[in-house]
Ligand binder design. Structure first.
Ligand code: SAJ
Length: 452
């Protein structure tokens, strides 16, 4: 029986051993799905603490219950290890390691390269390797294939190599690893066939595409689509501000169009580990080919200007009360990068806080999901949302609109609220003057508008 058939048979009867490199928000849920499908799964991670906690049945990923990890460990279906040599035991390996941006906003491929090296040192004929990390088109064929073939293993004959983008949306109650359609592209048709068989063993819908590059681009299109459309509505907020129109009213009315439209909402900028970063992987690759991805660059320009736009609104709101930013007490509401989660990566709240503090403001924050965080090597704690704290603030800025915050309480006790998320849309008129993201005139009589 040839290597491909041997692998297909091992996937079919679950005798194949599956490796998952990187046990984070992508790798751990995937490892659990393979284990639940009946495979023995070897999870390899460079963090000893992560592996120890997983082996003790403790999950560090919000979407994976500890009980599920404990059950798979007890059943002998899942092991977490820092020993890369254990990868030798695997017949198929999925790589789910970070692909951040470097300080110069270029791809940081160090984690993918380290994972590839670990696999190259332990790979053997008949193995399938699948990269899941979001990356620039060409990575699978240009970075991974040569490294594996340097071991004397021909891709498509001795080993199989594919790309399958992760589509994990942490905290999503409806879509998770098993029921989210899985795109799979490979370096050769046999690579595609075995990778589809592997994922088809535990994921409901498989979407094969003809190459690794196509699969790499699918993911980048998905997230560039979001970044560009968020940039569009952010520019619409600026347009509405200049025209004295409420951007939320415009967007909500546009969203009644039953076809040919998809609702996005403006805000103080974009955060997270995907949307602000993924498009830059494509832009970087195209720069190497002397092409300028203008949509990506323009969206990035507008999205990254939004924190400054918000700070100008704050300055104007204070100015109306004859106050300067310098010396004013400002309370930031919500610092996670989006509502109802505790993830702060790339959050625009940090840009808003930094810009205000650079102008001399005294900034506190309140976030029910983020009681404290480490900043420049020391702990920074949030404040309780009390009537006193609200009354003491010269301005309150709603940056992330967590559901659990009582916005009526906020407007009942604050003096001025700069609302970048339309979180106060259902509050009754009260003490606070509300300054929305656009339509500058809201809350200030036309004749009294103070312009910077
Ligand atoms: N944002 C806006 N306006 C919008 C949508 C988002 O300002 O209309 C901001 C958010 O506040 C956040 C940033 O953009 O700061 C990113 O938000 P996101 O909703 O795109 O959330 P992410 O970063 O968690 O994106 C993930 C992505 N999932 C994967 O890459 C697998 C994305 O493709 C999903 O579409 C998104 O989750 C989702 O829909 O939840």
């Amino acid at each position: 029986m040839g290597m491909k058939d041997t692998l297909l048979s091992g996937i079919q009867d679950r005798s194949a051993v599956i490796g998952v490199v990187g046990l984070g928000y992508v790798g751990l849920p995937l490892a659990m799905e393979f284990a639940k499908a009946g495979f023995t799964v070897i999870g390899y991670d460079i963090s000893e603490r992560t592996c120890e906690r997983l082996m003790a049945g403790v999950s560090h990923i919000q979407d994976v219950p500890s009980a599920e990890v404990a059950a798979q460990v007890t059943a002998g279906r899942f092991v977490a290890t820092v020993e890369e040599a254990r990868l030798k035991e695997c017949d198929a390996i999925s790589i789910a390691v970070p692909t951040p941006l470097s300080k110069t906003r270029d791809p940081d491929m160090s984690f993918v390269q380290a994972a590839t090296e670990a696999i190259a040192r332990n790979c053997r004929p008949g193995m399938l390797i699948v990269l899941e990390s979001t990356t620039y088109p060409g990575t699978t064929r240009e970075v991974m294939q040569p490294r594996l073939e340097a071991q004397g293993l021909k891709v498509g004959r001795d080993v199989f190599l594919a790309f399958s983008p992760e589509r994990v949306d942490p905290g999503n109650a409806k879509w998770h690893t098993k029921n989210t359609p899985k795109v799979v592209g490979g370096v050769t048709p046999d690579c595609i066939e075995v990778a589809c068989a592997l994922y088809g063993s535990c994921i409901d819908t498989i979407v094969p595409v003809s190459s690794a590059e196509a699969a790499e681009l699918v993911k980048l299109l998905e997230n560039t689509f979001r970044a560009v459309n968020i940039g569009l509505v952010n520019e619409m907020a600026i347009v509405c501000d200049k025209l004295g129109v409420n951007v939320w009213e415009v967007i909500d009315a546009a969203a009644t169009k039953p076809f040919g439209y998809m609702k996005f909402t403006p805000g103080p900028g974009i955060g997270g580990h995907c949307i602000p970063l993924d498009p830059h992987y494509l832009a970087w690759k195209m720069r190497m080919l002397n092409y300028k991805t203008r949509f990506i660059d323009l969206a990035s320009e507008i999205n990254s200007e939004m924190p400054e736009y918000v700070v100008r609104k704050v300055a104007r709101a204070l100015n109306h009360d004859r106050k300067s930013v310098n010396g004013s007490r400002i309370l930031i509401l919500g610092i996670a990068y989006k509502k109802d989660i505790d993830d702060m990566r790339e959050s625009p709240a940090f840009d808003v806080m930094r810009l205000l503090e650079e102008r001399g403001a005294i900034v506190d924050y309140h976030d029910p999901h983020v009681p404290h965080f480490r900043e420049h090597g020391h702990e920074r704690a949030g404040v309780a949302l009390t009537a006193e704290v609200l009354a003491a603030a010269d301005t309150v800025v709603i940056v992330t609109d967590h559901t659990g915050v009582d916005y009526q309480f906020v407007v009942d006790h604050a003096t001025v609220v700069v609302d970048t998320r339309n979180a106060t849309k259902q509050t009754e008129p009260s003490k606070a003057r509300i300054v929305p993201l656009s339509k500058l005139t809201d809350g200030i009589p036309e004749g009294e508008l103070a312009h910077l």
